[in-house]
Design a protein around this ligand. Structure first.
Ligand code: HEC
Length: 149
């Protein structure tokens, strides 16, 4: 009897050990280091960027005065830990700063793909989608996680 109870407790602990991380992972299942956009998408985004963002944020995303850089440690630190869905929403509702809301969701996703490519997040085989709910599963991480895969 004693042994059985201990056995059950062990099973219980194992189940919690397996399910716990799985539940947490459901919130954000991927990160920007997992190849979440394609090179073709980043190319489309580059065209959008040049037309709609470069005048304020600079051709090299270096930032000009009030419009901060969209590349480098300061930018990635700002966004570290938030989801790509939040980033898309933020850009969609507030940028371009002089004409907010003028870009489509597709253009916004494309421009983010370009920003990711400049920040050296790896390209992959599937495009960044337009749906915020789906993009909320992707975490923005400033540095490549150690011991992944
Ligand atoms: C008319 C100038 C202007 C244009 C055009 C513009 N921005 Fe901005 N952007 C700003 C300013 C000013 C800020 C800082 C104030 C703020 O955060 O709203 C900013 C902030 C941002 C931030 C937040 C940066 C951070 O570190 O948190 C992002 C991201 C961004 N812009 C992306 C874009 C993208 C993408 C485009 C093109 C679609 C764009 N912006 C076009 C002026 C501009």
């Amino acid at each position: 009897m004693r042994i059985r109870t201990t056995g059950l407790a062990l099973v219980g602990m194992t189940v919690i050990g397996v399910i716990g991380p799985a539940l947490r992972a459901q919130e954000t299942t991927r990160s920007v280091w997992d190849g979440v956009y394609t090179e073709a998408q980043a190319k489309r985004g580059e065209a959008v960027y040049k037309l709609s963002c470069a005048s304020c944020h600079g051709v090299a995303l270096e930032g000009i005065e009030m419009a901060g850089p969209l590349t480098g440690a300061r930018f990635t630190a700002n966004w570290n830990g938030v989801t790509v869905g939040d980033l898309l929403e933020r850009v969609k509702v507030s940028m371009p700063n002089d004409r907010p809301g003028t870009l489509s969701r597709q253009q916004t996703a494309d421009v983010l793909a370009y920003v990711f490519s400049v920040n050296r997040f790896p390209a992959g085989k599937t495009e960044l989608v337009r749906q915020t709910e789906v993009l909320k599963q992707i975490k923005f991480e400033a540095t490549r996680p150690a011991a992944r895969h």
